[in-house]
Design a protein around this ligand. Structure first.
Ligand SMILES: Cc1ncc(COP(=O)(O)O)c(C=O)c1O
Length: 511
């Protein structure tokens, strides 16, 4: 047999055309695992917020793509040199800003395997195991949360997408058939209305913007002094809208609002939704995981009557970004909103009916997010997850108790879960907050205080405004946060407050 000349492709293997061979991949993957393990072991050596300014990273990165291949060693060295130090460290136990997204080890391993297996469960046949695992994990989380079997669902990327899907389903359920007929020029469909509280997340407005309802469709119902939706005001707004010929469509109740984690009265809201025949969507993106803990289910009373519910495992269930659980007891309306099966996606050889998840979402392709969830729920067990959630709540309650016992600090909202809203308010200023000068001073002082704590790099806090007061938020949910980190936050806050007061006294700027 004459020897074949080496093909040009074969020759080019050395020049980067072909993928790594298994041996090279094995070696590189070991390097990556070492890099990750080192990162996690020493994550506290990093400043949670990298001490850099916008514009400082770009000059360090190559502006033009490389023409030739680079060795993986060089690329990984740059990950260590350029990527890691310039990241905001969500995995840092001092990350107490926003709501946590921390990746547990089994969740990370799941992501690695997801990438390697390259599954796309858009159709059952494009990933039988991805499809079946999703069904199983959705039911595990439903059952674990004490919700009735009537709920089924899917795993999306984010709560924003889950809510968009829910509101699209609400519109179909109302009989508008927008999926087929659109909205333009439809008599009697020019003023749809979606109700949520003033404290609801912006994703509801964004969903209405995207669905062609517009921001004007969103009616923001006032909240009470605990930042909970006023159910009577909701009933009144619906009556006013009906009288004016507008079309109420859906109500969104929130369990765990973004600013203060307040809880809308879901039972009373569900009564109104029933009476008015409106779709009820519950946004429990952050707090929903608390329902895994049976003795902590009181705030969820009534959510089992919702038409749809969103819970984000990527917030407080130690799941690497991204994973959002959308549950609905009326999934047929979700399908009505999004099902479109072109010929090439039609399964011809199907004996048994199966679920093709692409029919329940705007996108066709989808990640096999169920794998990481399946792995982490098995690794921790529901009991392990419950213990961690209780632990975070206990830590937050301890911090709230410290604030309550300190006359110079003021809590600005109830703390039903693991987030505490507060400000520094020297005892000498108590009762004077209505004085505009005191109000402005407190805002400025707390802004500086939070900034000073964040600049230490050891703790990262965020803020909001509650009743027009600058409010610092300490939000716990990172799997690596321990009591010493919360104690450090408290120490830093008090030390910075003392420093600030001393400086102000010197400058005589106290009101
Ligand atoms: C109550 C609530 N809903 C929805 C969202 C949006 O979440 P996502 O980033 O998954 O879209 C957030 C984000 O913090 C939230 O707090």
């Amino acid at each position: 047999m004459t020897e074949q000349p080496a093909s040009p492709l074969h020759a080019a293997q050395r020049d980067g055309v072909n993928d790594m061979d298994p041996a090279a991949f094995r070696a590189a993957a070991h390097e990556v695992v070492d890099l990750i393990a080192d990162y996690l072991e020493h994550v506290e050596d990093h400043a949670v917020l990298p001490p850099i300014e916008p514009g400082s990273i770009r000059p360090l990165l190559e502006a033009h793509p490389p023409e030739g291949p680079e060795p993986i060693e060089a690329i990984l060295a740059d990950v260590n040199r350029l990527v890691v130090p310039n990241a905001t460290h969500w995995q840092h136990p001092g990350f107490m800003a926003y709501f946590a997204t921390s990746a547990s080890a089994p969740g990370m391993l799941g992501e690695f395997l997801m990438a390697a297996l390259g599954q796309n469960p858009m159709l059952w046949r494009t990933s039988p195991i991805g499809t079946e695992l999703e069904g199983v994990v959705v039911q595990w989380l439903r059952e674990g949360s004490g919700l009735p079997e009537a709920y089924d669902g899917l795993i999306t990327d984010t709560a924003s997408t889950s809510t968009l899907i829910a509101l699209a389903a609400a519109r179909e359920a109302a009989g508008f058939d927008v999926a087929a007929k659109g909205l333009a020029g439809r008599a009697g469909l020019d003023a749809p209305r979606v109700y949520c509280s003033t404290e609801a997340h912006s994703s509801i407005e964004k969903a209405c913007m995207t669905l062609g309802l517009g921001r004007r469709a969103v009616v923001k119902i006032p909240a009470n002094e605990r930042y909970e939706m006023d159910a009577q005001a909701l009933a009144g707004a619906i009556a006013t809208d009906r009288a004016a010929g507008r079309q109420p469509l859906a109500i969104v109740a929130t369990i765990g609002t973004t600013s203060s984690t307040s809880v809308d009265p879901v039972g009373a809201i569900a009564d109104i939704a029933d009476e008015e025949d409106l779709w009820l969507h519950v946004d429990s993106a952050y707090a929903g995981v608390v329902a895994l803990v049976p003795e902590l289910r009181a705030p969820f009373a009534g959510w089992e009557r919702a038409d749809s519910i969103v819970v984000n495992p990527h917030k407080w269930l130690f799941t690497p970004f991204d994973a959002s659980l959308l549950l609905s007891r009326r999934l047929e309306h979700v399908r009505a909103a999004f099902s479109l099966v072109p010929e090439y996606l039609r399964t011809l050889d199907r004996a048994n009916p199966v679920r093709d998840y692409n029919e329940y979402q705007p996108q066709l392709g989808r990640r096999m997010r169920a794998l990481k969830l399946w792995m982490l729920v098995r690794y921790f067990g529901l009991e392990g997850l419950r213990r961690r959630i209780r632990y975070h709540i206990d830590l937050a309650q301890g911090f709230a108790a410290d604030l309550d016992a300190s006359p110079d600090w003021e809590r600005l909202a109830p703390a039903p879960f693991s987030t505490v809203c507060f400000r520094f308010r020297p005892a000498s200023m108590a009762g004077r907050e209505d004085d505009p000068e005191v109000h402005a001073w407190l805002d400025r002082c707390n802004t500086q205080l939070m900034d000073a704590v964040n600049r230490t790099g050891r703790i990262f806090l965020s803020h909001t405004r509650l009743r027009d007061r600058f409010t610092i938020r300490l939000a716990l949910g990172n799997i690596r946060t321990e009591p010493r980190h919360v104690a450090l936050a408290w120490d830093l806050l008090r030390a910075e407050a003392t420093r600030l007061l001393e400086a102000e006294t010197m400058l005589k700027e106290l009101p």
